[in-house]
Design a protein around this ligand. Structure first.
Ligand SMILES: Cc1ncc(COP(=O)(O)O)c(C=O)c1O
Length: 387
């Protein structure tokens, strides 16, 4: 067919040579997916069954990242979401309905807690919280309508390590599923499915992506029945992940082992050094023997991450704790951890029900890839300015 130049802008006859091979995963962008003929048009979300039907359900780049995370976590299938919080809410929306009961640890990531207590409650879901140290004792809180129990181990900021196998055993006996936020362990230092979890999620934003430049999440399941519910919900909630971000995460994943190893060693050294300082009451790092969750961490984890918290002595006012954080130079002040830059954030738990009594004295550190001697020197200088 003869084409006007304006048509050629859209329907070109250019053909490039085939057979290009490289080590990078191609970035397949696309909302529209083309069908062979009118009969082939299909809107099923499961691209493993239906073939590709719509960009929302994942282009090959998105499914490649999903497959790789699934492989690492030893699951059946993984769904990629636009962020870690979207992964959490997808699990909640897919697995709960009005009249159901959900339990979350008091140490859970705050937006997960708020989604449950504000949005899920508004939809008629009964929401309860439990002490993160509760192991098999959770059976006392399980009700006939409990459908979902969340675990997050270690817990956000306060770092409680949970007895996930005991919680899973009790929950399963009562007919409830267990979902685990496995972000701290990067999906690799804690084998969620071997310890009984039914669903795991990760903020891929953190260690998988690894460079503080994108937001993505993942939900991994171990069986098809749960995958069907999650996939159907993802379609209707419309949670699409960017193929460009997935491509960056795939690149980040290739160096995750060496990054995690260096971060683990650096964080442990900084934690041990910090623990010996007179200004510090305790350091909440699960690999330290003094950390309350250490025995469970040793039993269940194969490594530790770079995020831990420092609790200052009771004599330190909030103003002095903030002065410490402000005096840091290499440690930047910001939330999203797991990148190559060390971070510090001060928290205040005085108005957080169910949280330990650390008040304003707790500072979370995330260790990056800087020289550990320089990080200690930075902390030392800031501790001096705090006096
Ligand atoms: C433990 C944990 N889970 C989930 C999230 C949410 O991830 P995102 O920031 O990608 O939404 C975070 C983010 O800080 C987190 O720390």
């Amino acid at each position: 067919m003869k084409k006007d130049w304006k048509t050629k802008l859209i329907h070109s006859d250019v053909r490039v040579p085939e057979g290009f091979r490289s080590l990078a995963t191609p970035v397949y962008r696309g909302s529209t997916v083309l069908f062979e003929d009118a009969e082939a048009v299909d809107d099923r979300w499961n691209q493993y069954e239906a073939g590709y039907t719509y960009g929302l359900y994942g282009t090959p780049t998105v499914l490649e990242l999903a497959g790789r995370i699934c492989e690492l976590e030893g699951g059946y299938r993984t769904i990629i979401t636009p962020g870690g919080q979207a992964a959490i809410t997808l699990v909640d929306l897919a697995l709960l309905k009005a009249g159901d009961h959900i339990l979350l640890p008091q140490s859970v990531y705050t937006p997960s807690r708020k989604f449950a207590s504000r949005i899920l409650r508004g939809f008629g879901v009964e929401v309860g919280f439990y002490a993160p140290e509760t192991g098999g004792g959770i059976s006392e809180l399980l009700k006939p309508n409990t459908r979902l129990v969340w675990c997050e181990s270690p817990g956000s900021i306060t770092m409680e390590v949970q007895d996930v196998p005991a919680i899973c055993e009790a929950a399963h006996k009562a007919g409830a599923l267990v979902a685990l936020d496995n972000t701290w362990a990067a999906g690799v230092y804690f084998d969620a499915f071997a310890h009984g979890a039914d669903v795991t999620m990760q903020a891929v934003t953190k260690y998988v992506a690894g460079h503080s430049d994108l937001l993505l999440g993942s939900v991994t399941v171990k069986e098809d029945a749960i995958y069907q519910k999650l996939g159907a919900a993802q379609q209707l909630v419309g949670l699409a992940a960017s193929p460009d971000d997935c491509s960056l995460a795939l690149r980040g994943m290739k160096t995750m082992a060496v990054r995690l190893k260096a971060i683990e060693a650096g964080a442990f050294e900084v934690a041990r050094w910090t623990e010996a300082r007179a200004e510090v009451e305790m350091v909440l790092h699960p690999a330290l023997e003094s950390c309350p969750g250490h025995a469970l961490w040793k039993r269940d984890f194969t490594g530790s991450a770079g995020v831990f918290s420092v609790v200052f002595q009771k004599s330190f006012t909030k103003e002095r704790v903030l002065r410490f954080v402000n005096a840091l130079e290499l440690f930047k002040i910001g939330y999203s951890w797991g990148g190559v830059t060390s971070l510090a954030v001060a928290y205040d738990f005085r108005s957080s029900p169910g949280r330990p009594d650390y008040g304003h004295r707790i500072v979370r550190l995330s260790i990056g890839l800087e020289d550990v001697g320089d990080l200690k020197a930075d902390l030392e200088k800031a501790l001096e300015k705090m006096q």
